[in-house]
Design a protein around this ligand. Sequence first.
Ligand SMILES: NC(=O)C1=CN([C@@H]2O[C@H](COP(=O)(O)OP(=O)(O)OC[C@H]3O[C@@H](n4cnc5c(N)ncnc54)[C@H](OP(=O)(O)O)[C@@H]3O)[C@@H](O)[C@H]2O)C=CC1
Ligand SMILES: O=C1OC[C@@H](O)[C@H](O)[C@H]1O
Length: 388
Amino acid sequence: MAMVLQMSTFLHQYLYSSAHIVPVDKKSPMVLRFGILGASAMINPAAIIHPIETHNECVVAGFASRDKKDAEKAAKMYGHGVAKAYGSYEQLLADENIDAVYIPLPNGMHYEWASKALDAGKHVLLEKPFTSNAKQARKLVAKAEEKQLVLLEGFHWQFHPAAHAMKAEITSGKFGKILRSESWMTTPAGSIPKSDIRWKFDLAGGALMDMTYVVSATRYYLSAGTPSSVVSAKARPYKTDPRVDSCMEAELTYDLEQGPVKSKIVADMDRPNLAFVVPRVWELPSIEIETERAVFYYYNFMMPHLYHYISITDKKTGHTTYQKHYRDGTAWSQQGEAWWSTYRWQLQAFLDKIRGRVPHHWVTGKSSIDQMETIDAIYEKAGLPLRP
Ligand SMILES: NC(=O)C1=CN([C@@H]2O[C@H](COP(=O)(O)OP(=O)(O)OC[C@H]3O[C@@H](n4cnc5c(N)ncnc54)[C@H](OP(=O)(O)O)[C@@H]3O)[C@@H](O)[C@H]2O)C=CC1
Ligand SMILES: O=C1OC[C@@H](O)[C@H](O)[C@H]1O
């Protein structure tokens, strides 16, 4: 289902950004010039190109590809006559006219290229998962601190008003302590092509890596770092490479100040059809959290701009209330439009951080390290090697 969501978001982004394109002066010192490493990545239009088109403080100034023709194609299609094409990532990084880079490369290349970008003095918006493993994450965060540059893991969903509205309810104290959580993300069997980067161990593929959202949502709503223990972890190995998890299910325990919480996560890139024929298209990435007095359920936490709801069921009365949030919210007073996607909210925060303004939300380096430490611990418990 995740792929269907991705396609819907492409359409959503295309339609809304076309209606809200803002012309910007590339030469103005106030305009941040982005370069994209991996011009032909599938995620580019939704995650960065269309959001930038609707922002008056930034522009895509360069596309780099392994093949210069692909960079030229992207520049022609999305460059608005100002973007340059580069036939290698190194060439883009060497260009002093680029201020920041977006990195949508295969997971296993995140560390190398984010590190090189920081060395070249660029701010980095890095796709999830942050790196291949926690060791790399620690090194990368240290490098960004040393260079005093902005480095952000692209957990776009956390920047959306609905994410914050749900968190504000959970942490309000009205519903008591958190007791347990369960988060899942699936995509129907056969929907990810065999050639996809997600199936390649050497590129740090695997369901837990790709659907890292289930871990990050759990940690975000529990305000947690790393689990005190991975109670169980079971991988369904990918047919042609058992080091790659086509599905990962794990049970974690968090020892929070408020008390222990049991969390289950499910990430399935090859979800069997219902009765062998019906793809489970209704299974959007979701999280359920039980507290002493209520059960929360956030349906489609990953792409809430398309559709979402948050339900809160009172455990005593059984009464359920529903909420939807497309703008404003606890962390926002003035910013944002109802049509902004999670990626547009994320871009706003990234720019605010670079410009010295206070972003409405941030994914800290420590959080990205904790995230990768959790992923490593789950792989270890499942008996799979850490990603290279
Ligand atoms: N935030 C979100 O919502 C999403 C995030 N992602 C993340 O973005 C990243 C890219 O995903 P996606 O766009 O689906 O990936 P794609 O396979 O579509 O794109 C990856 C790009 O990386 C470049 N590349 C460099 N080396 C290789 C290699 N050895 N094999 C394949 N590609 C290579 C290619 O660009 P070129 O040839 O032009 O250099 C390629 O187009 C992943 O880390 C993924 O987790 C993905 C989807 C959604
Ligand atoms: O980040 C992602 O979000 C959407 C999914 O379809 C995709 O597999 C994943 O990389």
